[in-house]
Structures are given as C-alpha cells and as structure tokens.
Design a binder for this molecule. Sequence first.
Ligand SMILES: Cc1cc2nc3c(=O)[nH]c(=O)nc-3n(C[C@H](O)[C@H](O)[C@H](O)COP(=O)(O)O)c2cc1C
Length: 243
Amino acid sequence: MNNLAEQLDQIVDNRRSYRVYEKGIAIPNEVVVRSLERAIKAPNSSNMQLWEFYRIKSKEALKEVAKICLNQSGAVTASEIVVFVARPDLWKKRQAIHLKRLEKVKTKNIKNKLFGNSELSYYTKVIPMFYDTSFSFFRDLFKRIFIWNKSRKSPFMQDVFSKHVPVVSQKSTALAAQTFMLSITAEGYDSLAMEGLDAKRMKQYLKLPKSAEINMAIAIGKGKPESAKKRFRLDYDTVVFEM
Ligand SMILES: Cc1cc2nc3c(=O)[nH]c(=O)nc-3n(C[C@H](O)[C@H](O)[C@H](O)COP(=O)(O)O)c2cc1C
C-alpha cells in the first residue's frame, strides 16, 4: 500500500460519529473553510453543483438549529453545525454560469478536444430536458414514450423523470458532505451527520424555498472519545458481489 492510501486509511478509520463535543474547544474558522473548499471539489452530476452549505456559528443560531435537530446531543454540544442543502431549483442559474463559461471558451477560440462544441449543446439542450420539471405530467409522458422507444434495442438512461431530479442533486450533495466530514477528520476534529431533524422548520429557518431539500446537518467540533460507539459493519462478503 502506498503512502497516500495509508493516510486515507487513517482518515477513514478515524472518522467516527461523535455524539458529544468538548465544550471549551472551538473549531478554527480556517479548518471549516478548508473543509468546505474540499467539499466543493466533490464529484457532482453534470457539474451542476446544485448544492449550498449553511454555516451555523453564532450561539443563538446554534441554539435554534440544535432545537430543529431535535436537541440531539451532537447538535447541542457542537462547536458549529453545517447544513448541506440540495438545490435542484437552482438549475437555470447554474446552467447560465456554464453557458457564460463556454461562450468565453468559444470567443477565445480555444478548441476543446474532448467535447468540441458538444459541451455547449449539452448545457443548452440536454440539461433543460432533465431539470425542467414544469408541466411535469406531460413532460414525463413524453419522456416515457421516448425512452420506451429508445431502450428497446440498447441500454438507455431510465431515471430521467421529474421525481429523479431531487434525487440527483441529493446524491451529489451527499458526496460533498462526505468529503467535508473526511476533511474535518484529517484536520484533527470530529463530526456527526444528522438527518434526524425537522426539515420543514430547517428550511424556514434558513429562508429556503419549498423546492430546496435538506440533505443533512453536520455537527462539528472536538468529539468526546467516549461518545463514538465501537464501529460495527457487515462483513465484506455480505455486501460485495463479484460477477
Ligand atoms: C445521512 C446520515 C444521517 C445520520 N443521521 C444521524 C442522526 O440524526 N443522529 C445520529 O446520532 N447519527 C446519525 N448518523 C450517524 C450514523 O448513525 C452512523 O454513521 C452509523 O451508525 C455508523 O457509525 P460511524 O459513523 O461511527 O461509522 C447519520 C449518518 C448518515 C450518513
């Protein structure tokens, strides 16, 4: 095993869910900033980056958000809480940023060998086909007929209906959350992912629209060692299949 893999092993093994945090130890701002910068580098669907991260730092805000997290001990004792939010509703804004970026590439006449002009057409044509959920009944009906026809002879992407849009942005946001938690561990601090929360109240508190989705809240700080349970995982052979 090389050095990097050994370091990754250490980070993965040390990342445990800590449910109580040391009161007097505040997590340094730069640790959170670096970890969010790493989270932003997470792989994500179509590079649409349909996510937002809300840092809950002040005493008053922490108290409110801990309440929304059902007063779990991890939330109540956290030095800070970061709420990971999936934003499928922001697709048009993200699309516009991509189009602007690609327009620049075009005007500068830089030839993109991999995509040619097709990256531009991907963001112009394919992205709205998936993300636009207006008149969803008719769109989905059209897609069903189209996919039925397309997939008769060869594989074709099936999970492209309106109901899949939030799932896609949730997946990418969860990858950012995991990157964030691993980073917090690498920096010598601890974390707890929490989905045990009142998502409706959280959205109200963060002033988010209905179409935004809470992915998870992550409590961070210096964990009390005794608050992490002994790790239990299913055997490799129970969950890994080879064919
Ligand atoms: C999406 C998600 C939501 C979770 N929600 C909670 C939660 O609300 N409260 C809690 O105490 N732990 C929560 N956990 C932590 C899990 O219980 C924990 O990861 C699991 O028991 C394995 O333990 P480990 O993280 O120490 O390896 C959550 C974990 C994930 C990934």
